[in-house]
Design a protein around this ligand. Structure first.
Ligand SMILES: [Zn+2]
Length: 496
């Protein structure tokens, strides 16, 4: 508005100063100025006459929780969005005076906040949800998950499983996820269609996998995937996903890092997850995981390290210094009994920490609200200190901090002018939100997936008032159940 009001005055000054008479008397100058004043609209006229800027979308809310650096919360707030970008965040009246939107999402009884960032997942494993539970990590991986994957996982399973996962994540308010699975082109095609944002890893593992024969083969295939998807779609970032240091040797891990650096992409990996890994790393490499990775130059490039349950104090310093993005997966760590990650200690040391669900076969859902709640509760009981992890710290890990941890801190994670428009509306009309004294407390300790009403990614509405707009949920349901029936029949046959 200020710009619009100033513009006529600026034109007027030019017009006035273009007087052909070089020497103006005081009187003629005053007369000229008076003429100018007549030409210039009054401020009231200017407001009435200058139409509000036409934009794509306004999202309203009883509260807008921006997660900006000042943790600004606007009561009766709004977010103005155009061409996928946030133009302004502030009081609703100011935004609606300034902008006229093609679509306005009403915000009565709703809280607006950034979309959630799921920093570690294996999306397609929704198809294997519940196939094997209540087992130790290596038993679960070696005797159930890896064999099941080699037998059943193909591009079709990945398509259906990823669609299920995107449906579940959008429904629960997740707008960005970091994925590690097989057939990454298929994952990328699904993400492209459903409208989410994702970092998609091409898995590197030193064993026969559903889409490669060996580590070298998986690196080569990963390079192909990265060349196909780099700079193709601004919502999709292809990366490498070396599995872990117990499924790859030092040379293979170094080769993956070299390929990632050569192609200008990051890496997502499992790191320091279990006591098994700790011992394996000591036996094989003579050092615990983080020190081993540091010793081979693995952190010479963007790294997202999932789990990080067992870092030593010296390793925490390495993670902070090397700006490794650590993803905490409390449910998976509890379910597989991997241990309690020293999240509070890492945050105190300046490590970038985000949150993730891990795959649906070890969680068993993709609910980031549950991860937030468990992240807070686990740290409190572990340290026997209820002050150690506040609701706002946890909310930050699921939004702004998570975005920083996965390397998208400049693009998403908070509601600020210039960032991409990834945001959600959470309905606060369910009984568990009545009454609400503190919105942040409710978002972390009360809200669940079903409270999420509307989801926008890159300015596009993916779910509106609970209705999925980019996924044919009826078709996906039929396909998932049909595929599960085949898997169940084959498992029954194998177990006979
Ligand atoms: Zn994982």
């Amino acid at each position: 508005m200020e710009g619009a009001a100033l513009l006529p005055l600026f034109l007027c000054q030019n017009k006035c100063m273009n007087n052909p008479y070089k020497k103006l008397s005081l009187i003629s100058l005053l007369l000229a100025l008076a003429a100018c004043a007549e030409d210039a609209p009054t401020e009231a006229q200017s407001v009435a006459e200058s139409p509000a800027s036409q934009i794509d979308l306004i999202m309203l809310g009883d509260y807008v929780v921006s997660m900006d650096s000042e943790s600004s919360v606007y009561e009766n707030g709004a977010v103005a969005i155009d061409d996928g970008v946030i133009l302004a965040v502030g009081p609703a009246k100011k935004i609606t005076d300034e902008y006229s939107a093609a679509e306005t999402l009403a915000g009565d009884g709703r809280v607006v906040m950034p979309g959630l960032v799921n920093g570690h997942s294996h999306a397609a494993m929704t198809i294997l949800r519940g196939v094997a539970d209540d087992l130790a990590l290596m038993d679960w991986l070696s005797n159930y998950i890896f064999p099941s994957e080699v037998q059943f996982v193909d591009s079709e399973l990945v398509r259906i499983g990823t669609e299920l996962a995107c449906w579940e994540m959008i429904r629960g308010g997740t707008t960005t996820f970091v994925d590690m699975y097989y057939f990454p082109d298929t994952v990328a095609e699904v993400v492209d269609r459903c409208g989410m944002r994702a970092l998609i890893s091409s898995t590197v593992i030193d064993q026969r996998s559903p889409d490669a024969e060996s580590a070298a083969d998986s690196i080569q295939k990963g390079i192909g995937f990265i060349e196909r998807w780099k700079n193709k779609n601004s919502r999709i970032t292809p990366i490498f996903g070396p599995h872990a240091n117990y499924t790859l040797n030092a040379e293979q891990l170094q080769a993956t890092r070299a390929a990632a650096n050569e192609h200008g992409v990051g890496i997502s990996i499992h790191m320091s997850e279990s006591l098994f890994e700790l011992q394996y790393s000591k036996d094989k490499f003579g050092a615990t995981s983080v020190e081993f990775y540091e010793s081979i130059g693995f952190f010479d490039g963007p790294t997202i390290a999932a789990h990080m349950v067992w870092p030593t104090e010296a390793e925490i310093a390495i993670l902070a210094e090397r700006q490794v993005g650590v993803i905490h997966n409390p449910t998976s760590n509890m379910k597989i009994a991997s241990g309690i990650s020293p999240v509070a200690q890492m945050l105190e040391a300046g490590v970038r920490v985000g949150l993730g669900t891990d795959g649906a076969a070890s969680n068993n859902d993709l609910d980031m609200w549950e991860e937030m709640r468990l992240a807070a509760l686990l740290q409190k009981v572990d340290r026997m200190d209820p002050t150690v992890m506040s609701a706002s710290t946890v909310l930050n890990m699921a939004t702004r901090g998570g975005a920083i941890a996965i390397g998208l801190g400049d693009t998403i994670g908070s509601l600020e002018a210039g960032k991409r428009a990834d945001l959600i509306q959470v309905a606060f009309d369910d009984v568990h939100h009545i009454p609400t004294y503190d919105v942040i407390s409710h978002l972390v300790y009360v809200t669940d997936e079903q409270d999420v009403a509307t989801v926008v990614v890159d300015g596009k509405v993916l779910m509106k008032d609970g209705e999925m707009l980019t996924i044919d949920t009826a078709r996906v349901t039929v396909e998932a159940n049909a595929l599960a029936a085949k898997i169940q029949a084959a498992l029954n046959e194998r177990n006979q």
